[in-house]
Design a protein around this ligand. Structure first.
Ligand SMILES: [Zn+2]
Length: 246
């Protein structure tokens, strides 16, 4: 970006922090330039023109002022309203998890349009789906790691190359002779499901559905690799900690 200039950026707010009496600091994941921190001045006043475009999950074409790398929001044209009037806490917990995971995974200035598109698809599916929320959750977790370059090896044992794999670990599949403590025993159907989640095009990946046992195992695999690579998992965000999702 140039110094002292107005810029148009397409982005989604992945973090929104109240600052002072009426301001906010936004973290916006932008097309072509990655995530940036933007000050939204006076946006918490109800009559502010920045009120609507400064909320978490706002997806807009923004005009920002750039003063030597200090960004200030000028205006925002809505492209999509996510979760407006949503009173489903499960949805909101998952959506919060998706954006905070994205914020954690991406560094400032690391442009990743494929990941941004994937995040938008995930939020869009959450927005319109009312039943299969848990499926969208573990699919997001597993696939996001692939997009960011962590590729657990699933074709054969990642340690010895044996084709007789029955365990899943953060490094990938393992046979019974190479099993480590940080691994989960899974069925062949679950290995197949993981492959599908890794390889199905982003446009349709969130529509994949599996049987209930496979779901349980996929969810456990996703939690295992999230805790290993990202030091977090959905349980940290789940407002329904005691309710069964499966
Ligand atoms: Zn092995």
């Amino acid at each position: 970006m140039n110094i002292l200039s107005k810029q148009k950026v397409r982005g989604i707010v992945i973090e929104s922090k109240a600052k002072g009496e009426n301001d906010k600091w936004l973290t916006v994941l932008c097309k072509d330039i990655g995530k940036i921190t933007v000050k939204s001045r006076s946006c918490r006043k109800p009559n502010s023109k920045l009120f609507g475009c400064s909320g978490l999950f706002s997806y807009c074409d923004y005009i920002i002022d750039d003063h030597l790398g200090f960004y200030q929001l000028v205006s925002g044209d809505d492209l999509k309203h996510f979760f407006i009037g949503c009173d489903d806490l499960k949805k909101i917990s998952l959506a919060n998890y998706f954006v905070s995971l994205s914020n954690k995974m991406l560094k400032h200035g690391q442009a990743d349009n494929e990941f941004m598109y994937f995040l938008l698809k995930g939020l869009q599916m959450l927005d319109k789906e009312n039943k299969a929320l848990c499926d969208i959750g573990y699919i997001f977790e597993l696939r996001s790691l692939i997009i960011l370059g962590f590729m657990p090896y699933t074709d054969e044992c990642s340690n010895c190359g044996s084709s007789d794999t029955i365990f899943f670990s953060p490094e990938g599949a393992l046979c019974k002779n190479c099993v480590i403590s940080e691994s989960i025993k899974i069925d062949p159907e679950t290995f197949e499901a993981i492959d599908k989640i890794f390889t199905t095009p982003i446009d349709s990946v969130f529509k994949l559905r599996f049987d209930s046992e496979t779901k349980k195992q996929l969810s456990a695999c996703a939690a295992l690799i999230m805790r290993h690579y990202m030091k977090t998992s959905f349980t940290d965000y789940d407002m329904y900690k005691n309710e069964k999702w499966y």
